[in-house]
Write a protein that binds this ligand. Structure first.
Ligand SMILES: Cc1cc2nc3c(=O)[nH]c(=O)nc-3n(C[C@H](O)[C@H](O)[C@H](O)COP(=O)(O)OP(=O)(O)OC[C@H]3O[C@@H](n4cnc5c(N)ncnc54)[C@H](O)[C@@H]3O)c2cc1C
Length: 378
């Protein structure tokens, strides 16, 4: 889009671009999420921040763009959008790079942004020298604060602070929860899933799957909880998740199934897997575990205290970075309108499920539209 009107050079400090794209592909490459524009922008925090960007370039526009470059997509049963079977993340990345080349975008790898000069223009360093690329506008998408191996290392935060842009330290979002499991759970059930559960926290609930790990819980039903838990943990208020192991059944229906069953057969009667039975056993008293009514109650609500969030390095995404108050509606910096910031380096948040990449693409398309349209006439 941009290169129809403007000459574009990408400076990347690593040997290749898009490395986070490749790790994102390892656990199921979720490109976007099937939602209309108005439902989609509400998935982002703060809610209004990405409204223009999403309304300009939402799910259908992103899927159309992928199709234009030769990447067919499909909507999975959960509404998540993936590349069609047989198209690997590496294929997608190769195709995007080919598209950039076709559009005459230059890619200079092993070129690192190392600060700003007196005119607030970026200084780039490569193996031979430092220089300031000559350009009318500079668009940054330097990434968040997790998975440093992919290049996003947040070293740039103080460069922006030095030119008067307020920043917030990065914190983990979409990450696992540390829980002090009794050894009976960590020793015997690490790696096992808890399927079709509902997790509640802070009056909000999320359906999905969690996986037991040695440190606690992770998985798609857990990641959104990290955003809700972050606040209470920061305020040192104790934070607890409650799990409903049978969201499709009422407590009365569960009771009905076990009311005339001996306690040792409750789990069998309810078709509970070993890990679910074990969690219920460890988080109830002996009396509750052996009583039909109390057992039915526990299936619907087991409360588990959260010790803390997993370290930032492991998080799928982060919050923090460039505070949104610094930015104009087109993602240029108010104090320095020749500089734009997009993607995870800006302080917004979204759950997993394709919303992160969608947010980055929508921001890029919106900034590009502004640059290619309004700004070129400057
Ligand atoms: C394990 C994992 C799985 C994920 N799965 C999904 C998923 O399925 N769906 C989804 O929507 N999202 C997923 N995400 C999140 C998604 O990948 C990120 O939100 C997205 O890649 C952020 O894009 P970005 O362009 O802002 O930053 P990045 O993709 O991190 O890119 C930033 C780039 O800037 C470069 N850079 C940094 N500093 C400098 C500098 N000083 N000079 C020059 N270059 C620099 C980095 O080397 C890097 O190449 C996943 C993330 C992880 C870690």
């Amino acid at each position: 889009m941009l290169s129809h009107h403007l000459n574009v050079t990408i400076y990347e400090k690593g040997k290749t671009i898009g490395r986070k794209y490749l790790v994102a592909g390892k656990g199921g490459f979720n490109l976007a999420h099937e939602l209309d524009h108005d439902s989609l922008y509400k998935k982002y925090t703060p809610q209004e921040f990405l409204k223009n960007a999403i309304q300009n370039f939402g799910v259908q526009e992103l899927r159309n763009w992928y199709q234009t470059i030769g990447i067919e997509t499909f909507v999975g049963s959960s509404g998540r959008i993936f590349p069609k079977e047989g198209i690997s993340p590496a294929n997608v990345l190769r195709t995007i790079k080919a598209r950039l080349k076709d559009q005459s975008v230059e890619i200079s790898t092993q070129h690192e942004f190392v600060g700003f000069n007196k005119e607030q223009k970026p200084i780039i360093r490569n193996a031979e020298k430092e220089f300031v690329p000559s350009a009318d506008y500079y668009l940054f998408s330097l990434g968040g604060g997790s998975w440093k191996v992919t290049g996003a290392n947040s070293d740039w935060l103080n460069h922006f602070e030095a030119i008067g842009v307020s920043i917030q330290p990065f914190q983990a979002s979409n990450c696992g929860l540390n829980i002090s499991w009794p050894t009976g759970i960590s020793n015997f059930h690490t790696g096992k899933p808890l399927k079709n559960i509902t997790i509640c926290h802070s009056g909000q609930s999320i359906k999905g799957e969690a996986v037991i790990s040695s440190y606690g819980l992770e998985g798609n039903a857990i990641y959104p909880v990290s955003a809700w838990a972050r606040e209470s943990l920061q305020k040192q208020i104790s934070s607890t998740i409650s799990i409903d192991f049978k969201p499709q059944l009422t407590e009365a229906a569960i009771y009905e199934k076990i009311k005339s069953v001996k306690p040792k057969n409750f789990s069998k009667a309810l078709k509970l897997d070993a890990q679910t039975s074990s969690i219920i056993k460890h988080f109830t008293t002996k009396e509750q575990f052996l009583n039909q009514g109390e057992f039915a109650k526990a299936i619907k609500k087991i409360e588990i205290p959260i010790d803390s969030l997993r370290p930032i390095e492991e998080a799928i995404s982060t919050v923090g970075g460039i505070g949104i108050d610094n930015l104009n509606a087109d993602f240029s910096i108010k104090k320095h309108p020749h500089l734009f910031c997009i993607g995870e380096m800006v302080n917004w948040d979204a759950p997993t499920g394709g919303f992160l990449l969608q947010g980055c693409f929508s921001m890029g398309a919106w900034a590009a539209k502004e640059l290619a349209g309004n700004k070129k006439a400057d």
